[in-house]
Design a protein around this ligand. Structure first.
Ligand code: FAD
Length: 823
C-alpha cells in the first residue's frame, strides 16, 4: 500500500511557505490523494515519535466528496505546513535497511505539543497576558534557539554531516543515547537540551568539530554584523538588558534569562571577535583545565568534594563540558566551544566591540543608560542604550607586576613585541595571553619550535604559570607538528614560587599538576628541567646579543641578573572595570564601593550572588564581581585539601544564574513580542555582463591566504559547505533560480594548472548564476579555500566560467594557477 509521510514544521521562512504552496496546489494534492491510500503525519523527529502518526483518511474522504474551493482551501492551509520526510536506504553487508533520515529543517524546527488535530498552532501570548506560563516560556525559548540554528552556516554544516555517513552515524549514536544525555539535566517539558545530542555528536568527531567551530564563528559573525548594521542605520541600538562579556558567565546569564524571560531580547557585547571568553582566546587545544569534568546533575550541588558538576554552565545551558569530553581534566577548547555554543544559542551578541564608557541617559530618551562601544576592527564608535547592565568581563586585563616605575621595562616589552610583529618572529618577552594565542595559532605548524634548546624564564606562581610550563614540557594539549624528535627547551627557570623541591610543590598545589612536579628538583639544589627561583622579577633588559636579562631579588638578597632567550610573563590579571563606570561611580576604591546582591541558598542561608553599583541597575557577575570567599566555600575546599581558587567556575556558576533569575522577574514585560529576526547586511550587487564564457580574475592577498583553519578541515568539503551556506540565489523578483547540486572534483593538475573543478548546477537563470558565482568568489574565505586547494596562495587566480544555456544551467569554475615558466 502506497503511503506518504509528512511532518509539521512550525517555523518557516516566506520562501519555504511559497515552496510549500507550490507543493500542495489543489491539483498536486488531489493527485497525491489518488495515488496514496495513506498519508501520515509526524510531529517530531526521533524514532519514538515516528510512531505517532496521523492518518487523515477523514480529510481525504471529505476531499473526494467535497472538493469545493472553501473545503480545499481549509485543507491546503493545513497541508501547506507539511514537508516530506525523506528516507535513505543503507546497505550493510547483505542487509539493506531503510532508515529514517530526518529532513534538515525537521531537526531545527520545534514541534507542537499533542492535540487531536493535525495542526496545532499555539498562539503567541498577546501583550496583555500578564505572565508567561512555563509552557509558553519553553516554547518561545525553543523558537529562539531554533531561529539561531537556522543560520545558513549551521544549516550547511548539518547538510554536510548528514551527507557524511561516518559523521551522521556518530550523531545518531548520540541521538540513540539521548536519554542518558538528558537524564538529570532536564525535566519533562523542558527543551533547552533538545539539541545536545546533535551538537555533542559533532563535537566529539574531530572533522565535524572543526566545521562546527568554523560554522559557529561564521554564524556569530553574521549575527554580529546584522546588529552592527542595525545600530549604524538607526544611530544606536536599544536592548532591555546589556551583558558585557561573552565568556562563561555571559553564557550562563543568557541561558537562564532565556529560560525565564524569552520575551526579552538581551544583547551581549564582547571586544573579542569570537564567542567563548578566556578559554577560547587560543584557537585550539592548548592547556588542560584544573577542575574535574563530571556529569551535570541538577540534584547535587556543584561543590568540590561532591559528585556535582563543578564546571556547570548553568541549569538551562544547551551544552555542558561533560557532553563533549570524558577526560578528567578537559582542555580549554572544550570549555570554550561549550561556552560559545551556549552563548550563541541563548543570546544575541555583537562582537569586536569594546565598552569604553557608560553614562546615564537624559529624561525622555529610551533606556536608562547610554553605553559607548568602540568597534575594534573599524575604529568607529557605536552606541547601545539599555535599562540594565550586567558586567561579566572576567578576570580583567593582563598585569605585569614588575617594577612600575621602571619605564624602560615597559617600553622594552612594547618594542620587543613590535619588532616581533614586523619580523614575523616569536617575541622574546611574551605576556601569557599572547603566548596562548601564539601556540594556539593554527597557522603556526610547529608551535614549540622557537623554544627548542632555549633557556626560558616563566614569571608567576598561579594557574597561568603552571599551564605555561606544562605546555613547554610537553604536558599541554595539542602540538600540531612539534614532535619530541625535534627537541625540547633546554631549561625553564620558574620565577616566583616559594617551593624548592617536588615534595614542597606537591604540598601546595592541586593533584592535577602532579606530572609537572616530576620535572622539579627532587632535593634542594638539584639540577632539574624546571628550576624554581623564589625571587621577585623587578626589571627586564635586552642585551646586544638579543637575550633578555631578568633582574630579580629574593626577600633579603640583593638584585641579580640572569639572561634568557625568552621570558613569559604569567603574572596575572588586573581588574579594569572601574574605568568604564567613572560616570556612575566616582569613589576611590571601586570594589569596596559596590553593594552586595543577595539571595538564599538551598538551606536558606543568605549568599552574595552578585554586586552592583549602589542605586544603579549595573550588576557584576562572575569573577568581575570579586565576591569574597565565604566560610562555607573555604571549608569545602579545605576538606579535600585543594588550594583555594577564588575565581573558579563552581563558585560563580549558580550565583550568575541566580542573578539572572532575580533580574528576570523584575524586568518589564516586552511589548514587542514577536521573534526579532535580524536582517542581513545588504551586499552590493556585483557587476556581471551575462555573457557566455565569462571569466574573471582575482587576487588572493597574503592575509587571506594565511587564514587559519584546523588541520582536520578538508578544503574541498568546506568550500562545498560554504557554497551551500551562501545558498540559493534569488537575486531578482520572480526569479526561479535554485542550486541543484554542488560538486568539487579533483582533476589532478591539468594543462591550465587547475587542480579542482568547482561546479554548481542551477535550475535556470544564467545571469543569476553568474551573480551568485561572483558573489561567492568575492568572499575572502572562499578565495582562501580555492587558493589552498590549488596551492596558489598568495597570488592571482583565474576563473573560467562557461555558461550553458537551457533549462538547467551548468557553470564551472576552473581555478587556474599561474604556471612557472623556466627560462
Ligand atoms: C589558564 C587558566 C586556567 C583556568 N582554569 C580553570 C579551571 O580549570 N576551572 C575553573 O573553574 N576556572 C578556571 N580558570 C578561571 C576561569 O577562566 C575564569 O573564572 C572564567 O573564565 C571567568 O569567566 P568570565 O565569563 O567571567 O570571563 P571571561 O571568560 O574572561 O570572559 C570575559 C569576556 O569579557 C570581554 N570583555 C572584557 N572587558 C570588556 C569590555 N570593556 N568590552 C567588551 N568586552 C569585554 C572579554 O573579551 C572576554 O571575552 C582558569 C583561568 C585561566 C586563566
Amino acid at each position: 500500500m502506497a503511503s506518504e509521510r509528512y511532518y509539521i514544521p512550525e517555523l518557516r521562512s516566506n520562501r519555504e511557505r511559497e515552496d510549500e504552496k507550490k507543493l500542495f496546489s489543489k491539483e498536486i494534492f488531489t493527485e497525491k490523494l489518488k495515488n496514496n491510500s495513506e498519508i501520515y503525519f509526524f510531529k517530531s523527529l526521533n524514532e519514538n515519535l515516528i510512531k505517532e502518526k496521523y492518518y487523515i483518511d477523514d480529510s481525504k474522504k471529505r476531499l473526494r466528496e467535497d472538493s469545493s474551493d472553501e473545503r480545499f482551501s481549509a485543507i491546503s492551509e493545513l497541508l501547506s505546513r507539511y514537508t516530506e520526510i525523506p528516507t535513505i536506504e543503507r546497505s550493510r553487508g547483505s542487509e539493506t535497511k531503510i532508515e529514517y533520515l530526518p529532513e534538515l529543517g525537521e531537526i531545527f524546527r520545534p514541534f507542537v505539543p499533542q492535540t487531536d488535530t493535525a495542526v496545532a498552532d499555539i498562539p503567541l501570548p498577546t501583550p496583555t497576558t500578564p505572565v508567561l506560563t512555563p509552557e509558553e516560556r519553553a516554547r518561545l525559548a525553543l523558537l529562539r534557539r531554533v531561529e539561531k540554528l537556522r543560520s545558513p552556516h549551521l544549516q550547511a554544516l548539518l547538510k554536510f554531516v548528514r551527507a557524511t555517513p561516518h559523521l551522521w552515524d556518530q550523531i545518531q549514536g548520540f541521538q540513540q543515547r539521548k536519554d542518558m544525555m538528558l537524564q538529570k539535566t532536564s525535566e519533562p517539558g523542558e527543551n533547552h537540551r533538545l539539541f545536545a545530542p546533535l551538537l555533542a555528536g559533532m563535537a566529539v568527531t574531530p572533522e565535524a568539530r572543526a566545521y562546527l567551530q568554523i560554522s559557529l564563528d561564521e554564524a556569530a559573525k553574521q549575527e554580529s554584523d546584522a546588529i552592527k548594521a542595525a545600530a549604524e542605520a538607526n544611530g544606536g541600538y536599544y536592548a532591555p538588558v546589556l551583558i558585557i562579556g561573552a565568556g562563561i558567565h555571559g553564557a550562563i546569564f543568557n541561558a537562564q534569562l532565556l529560560n525565564d524571560r524569552p520575551d526579552l531580547q538581551a544583547l551581549t557585547v564582547d571586544k573579542d571577535t569570537r564567542l567563548g571568553g578566556t578559554f577560547r582566546k587560543p584557537e585550539g587545544k592548548v592547556f588542560r583545565t584544573n577542575s574535574r569534568n563530571r556529569a551535570e546533575d541538577r540534584t547535587i550541588d556543584g561543590l568540590p568534594g561532591t559528585d556535582g558538576n563543578i564546571n556547570s554552565l548553568g541549569q538551562y545551558a544547551t551544552m555542558q563540558i561533560s557532553d563533549m569530553s570524558s577526560e578528567v581534566y578537559a582542555d580549554n577548547d572544550t570549555f570554550g566551544l561549550a561556552t560559545a555554543l551556549n552563548q550563541y544559542l541563548s543570546g544575541n551578541t555583537m562582537l569586536g566591540v569594546e565598552v569604553t564608557s557608560v553614562e546615564k541617559n537624559k529624561r525622555g530618551e529610551q533606556g536608562k543608560y547610554k553605553v559607548r562601544l568602540e568597534d575594534t576592527g573599524l575604529d568607529q564608535e557605536l552606541t547601545v542604550t539599555t535599562d540594565v547592565i550586567v558586567v561579566a568581563s572576567g578576570l580583567g586585563e593582563r598585569k605585569y607586576g614588575l617594577d612600575e616605575n621602571d619605564t624602560e621595562t615597559a617600553q622594552g616589552i612594547v618594542d620587543n613585541f613590535e619588532l616581533a610583529l614586523a619580523t614575523g618572529q616569536m617575541p622574546k618577552i611574551i605576556p601569557y595571553d599572547i603566548f596562548l594565542e601564539l601556540v594556539g595559532d593554527r597557522r603556526i605548524q610547529f608551535p614549540l619550535e622557537p623554544f627548542i634548546n632555549k633557556r626560558i624564564a616563566v614569571v608567576g606562581n598561579k594557574d597561568a604559570s603552571n599551564t605555561t610550563i606544562e605546555y613547554l614540557l610537553g604536558l599541554g594539549s595539542e602540538y600540531r607538528g612539534s614532535v619530541a624528535q625535534m627537541g625540547k627547551p633546554q631549561q625553564i627557570a620558574w620565577y616566583g614560587p616559594e617551593f624548592k623541591t617536588q615534595a614542597e610543590y606537591k604540598e601546595c598545589t592541586r593533584a592535577r599538576y602532579a606530572e609537572l612536579g616530576l620535572f622539579l628538583p627532587r632535593v634542594k639544589g638539584e639540577k632539574a628541567p624546571v628550576q624554581p627561583v623564589a625571587e621577585r622579577v623587578n626589571r627586564l633588559r635586552q642585551t646586544e646579543e638579543g637575550k633578555i636579562t631578568v633582574l630579580s631579588n629574593g626577600k633579603n638578597s640583593p638584585e641579580r641578573a640572569d639572561d634568557f632567550d625568552f621570558v613569559i610573563l604569567a603574572t596575572g590579571f588586573e581588574d579594569q572595570k572601574a574605568k568604564v563606570f567613572t560616570q556612575l561611580y566616582s569613589g576611590s576604591n571601586f570594589d569596596n564601593g559596590l553593594a552586595n546582591v543577595e539571595s538564599r541558598d538551598r538551606k536558606g542561608n543568605r549568599v552574595t550572588v552578585a554586586r552592583r553599583i549602589q542605586g544603579e541597575s549595573v550588576y557584576f557577575v562572575g569573577p568581575s564581581a570579586n565576591i569574597s570567599v565565604e566560610s562555607g566555600e573555604r571549608s569545602a575546599v579545605a576538606a579535600i585539601e585543594i588550594p583555594e581558587n577564588s575565581v573558579a567556575i563552581w563558585r560563580y556558576s549558580q550565583r550568575t544564574a541566580t542573578t539572572a533569575r532575580q533580574l528576570a522577574v523584575s524586568l518589564p514585560r516586552n511589548q514587542d513580542y514577536e521573534l526579532i529576526k535580524l536582517g542581513k547586511k545588504q551586499m552590493p550587487e556585483p557587476e556581471i555582463d551575462g555573457q557566455e564564457d565569462n571569466g574573471f580574475e582575482f587576487n588572493v592577498s597574503k592575509n587571506t591566504a594565511d587564514k587559519m583553519f584546523p588541520p582536520e578541515v578538508n578544503y574541498a568539503n568546506l568550500l562545498r559547505i560554504r557554497a551551500l551556506a551562501q545558498g540559493t540565489p534569488r537575486p531578482s523578483e520572480g526569479s526561479e533560480s535554485d542550486i541543484l547540486a554542488i560538486t568539487v572534483e579533483s582533476m589532478g593538475i591539468t594543462e591550465d594548472g587547475a587542480d579542482y573543478r568547482f561546479k554548481a548546477t542551477m535550475d535556470e537563470g544564467a545571469k543569476e548564476h553568474q551573480v551568485w558565482m561572483r558573489r561567492f568568489l568575492d568572499d575572502e574565505v572562499n578565495k582562501h579555500l580555492l587558493a589552498r586547494l590549488t596551492r596558489t596562495a598568495p597570488g592571482r587566480i583565474t576563473v573560467k566560467m562557461p555558461v550553458v544555456e537551457g533549462k538547467t544551467t551548468v557553470d564551472e569554475i576552473e581555478v587556474v594557477r599561474p604556471r612557472r615558466t623556466s627560462k
